[in-house]
Design a binder for this molecule. Structure first.
Ligand SMILES: Cc1cc2nc3c(=O)[nH]c(=O)nc-3n(C[C@H](O)[C@H](O)[C@H](O)COP(=O)(O)OP(=O)(O)OC[C@H]3O[C@@H](n4cnc5c(N)ncnc54)[C@H](O)[C@@H]3O)c2cc1C
Length: 541
């Protein structure tokens, strides 16, 4: 069977859906091909317990921050169900007693909270926030910039590089120095420059290691912190994150509804086996069942190894590009643990099972820098962390749609297990790892373990096999310095185009991805639409 479209989008994760929405909005007859039984990819809401379908979890990604207002507005996502509850404070209780809360948007309360641990750090906090805000002013717009092919002598690329330099002409020596520090330092060293209290530093280090195959002492982790601190949820507060009502799958669903409203067709259970290249151009795709679909424009949003090495094939790609994708770093060591709870954690430091402010934000397990580093070193040495790191959240503090009244859902984003656990299920070891993780929280909130009704553990093997996240990396590729901006996913191809004319690339492995930000899908669609217009113009002339 052969069907013909103007545009085919491979992958129905949120980026694929964004690309389809923009392509369809431009008038292209567009189809999305999703391999799983549902769209959303890593932004998905699921019921993992067949005997308790009333409990729904955001199985992988869990909080929103980076989706730009332009996309929300263009696609009218509010109309399609996009609804965010801004999160409460970062919260860390300590085994030795006491707790700390960090507020993204309340300097006075932040000062009070941090003062309990260090007056000096409390006084430094507003300056730190201002410093980060200054850097976000530089880095934020870069997220929406198409990286030029730095070093290229083609007039178009030279013009793009000069334009970028011109746009940043206002930067002074100090700002450049600060950006350099941010890009090259470890989060531990950076925080040492600013703060003295181990408790404050532990809490602030969380964003530096999220999803990263690196402990807090590794160079480059300062940038990971910045990546997670740039966005806001549309409320204007830097670094603020929020919960989507209905879980992250509802974000994907809102984008899917937008795409459909513009006429896009969405096919699920439609795994793509190959991308057809004819006469050096993208010509269509072949599904796993042998069906062929043809289009002159194809946008892939799959992991780069799958998209290029398996589906396009090295025979259709330049050797240096193939080598770059073969060398692409895609480790992570992340395990997601989703829990259904009978009641909220009753912390020794802040007692009570009734809903309180500290339940409404991140409930961390990152008491000190050394704790986080030890968890990474365990995995580096080849075993799962003995005392894992966790970024926990309880979305049902706000969102009443995920489980029955009185119960709660808790999502634990935990690290690290060895980087090669994507190759085998490691089921028993993951169960033991989850037990240890739960024990760590139980030390702080002794009702925790007994309150767990159901648990769901998603390790790197399942992330790779079921969701296509090769290596278990949560961003389709590490956010390490050599894989950022003009290097993402490969030098010379960071403009959402590929070596194959007609084939565009818009997964999280491009600039501004990772995260549920939609920017890669949006940029890939824009590149395709702009090339189409240019080719029409040149045919006319
Ligand atoms: C555990 C975890 C926690 C995270 N937490 C957060 C968070 O809290 N906030 C945040 O912003 N980001 C988070 N992220 C990152 C974020 O979820 C991803 O960067 C983003 O969702 C990726 O979107 P995508 O559309 O680029 O790719 P994907 O979501 O991976 O979509 C690709 C799609 O392609 C499909 N596919 C694969 N192979 C084929 C094939 N052969 N044919 C057809 N379809 C195929 C897949 O099924 C999938 O639907 C997290 C990720 C993980 C894994």
């Amino acid at each position: 069977m052969t069907a013909t479209y103007d545009a085919i989008v491979v992958g129905g994760g949120h980026n694929g859906l964004v690309a389809a929405a923009y392509l369809a909005r431009s008038g292209a007859k567009t189809v999305v091909l999703e391999g799983r039984h549902k769209t959303g990819g890593a932004a998905t809401t699921e019921s993992p317990w067949p005997d308790a379908p009333e409990f729904k979890v955001t199985r992988l990604s869990y909080v929103m921050s980076l989706l730009p207002p332009t996309i929300i507005k263009d696609l009218e996502l509010d109309r399609h169900g996009y609804k965010i509850y801004p999160m409460g404070p970062y919260y860390q209780a300590f085994p030795e007693g006491g707790s700390i809360k960090l507020y993204a948007d309340d300097a006075k309360r932040n000062h009070e909270s941090v003062s309990k641990w260090s007056k000096k750090d409390a006084d430094a906090m507003p300056k730190w926030d201002a410093w980060l805000a200054g850097l976000a002013d530089v880095l934020g717009p870069l997220l929406l910039t198409v990286p030029p092919a730095i070093g290229s002598r083609k007039p178009r690329e030279l013009a793009a590089t000069l334009k970028l330099a011109w746009r940043n002409r206002g930067l002074d020596v100090r700002t450049i120095a600060d950006v350099t520090r941010l890009m090259t330092m470890s989060i531990a060293d950076l925080l040492d420059d600013w703060f003295e209290s181990p408790e404050v530093k532990g809490a602030l280090a969380v964003n530096g290691v999220i999803g990263t195959w690196a402990g807090p002492y590794e160079p480059g982790t300062a940038y990971v912190m910045a990546h997670h601190s740039i966005g806001d949820v549309g409320d204007g507060h830097l670094g603020n994150w929020g919960f989507q009502e209905g879980g992250m799958g509802a974000v994907s669903n809102a984008i899917e509804l937008a795409a459909r409203s513009h006429g896009a067709e969405i096919r699920i259970n439609a795994p793509v086996a190959r991308i057809l290249v004819e006469g050096g151009r993208a010509a269509g795709v072949v599904l796993a069942n042998g069906d062929e679909l043809r289009a002159k424009t194809i946008v892939s949003t799959l992991h780069p190894r799958t998209a290029f090495l398996e589906q396009v094939g090295p025979e259709n790609l330049p050797a240096d590009f193939t080598a770059d994708i073969e060398r692409w770093k895609t480790r992570s060591g992340v395990v997601k643990i989703n829990l259904a709870l009978a009641e909220l954690p009753d912390f020794i430091a802040d007692p009570g099972v009734e809903l309180q402010e500290h339940h409404t934000g991140s409930v961390e397990m990152a008491p000190t820098m050394e704790y986080i580093e030890r968890a990474f070193q365990d995995a580096r040495e080849g075993k799962a962390a003995v005392r894992p790191f966790s970024d926990g959240v309880i979305p049902t503090a706000f969102d009443k749609t995920l489980c029955p009244e009185g119960n709660h859902i808790m999502s634990l984003f935990t690290q690290w297990v060895p980087q090669d656990w994507n190759l085998e299920p490691h089921t028993e070891e993951l169960e033991a790892y989850a037990d240890r993780m739960i024990d760590c929280y139980n030390e702080l909130a002794p009702n925790f373990k007994a309150s767990i009704l159901h648990r769901d553990i998603v390790g790197p093997y399942e992330m790779e096999q079921e969701y296509g996240l090769i290596g278990g990396n949560i961003f389709h590729g590490e956010l390490s310095l050599e894989q950022l901006f003009h290097m993402r996913p490969a030098p010379g191809f960071a403009d959402y185009r590929t070596p194959v004319p007609g084939l565009y690339y818009g997964s999280s492995a491009t600039h501004a991805g990772g995260g549920v930000c939609g920017i890669p899908g949006w940029q890939a669609a824009k590149a395709a639409i702009s090339d189409k217009k240019a080719s029409k113009r040149s045919r006319r002339s």
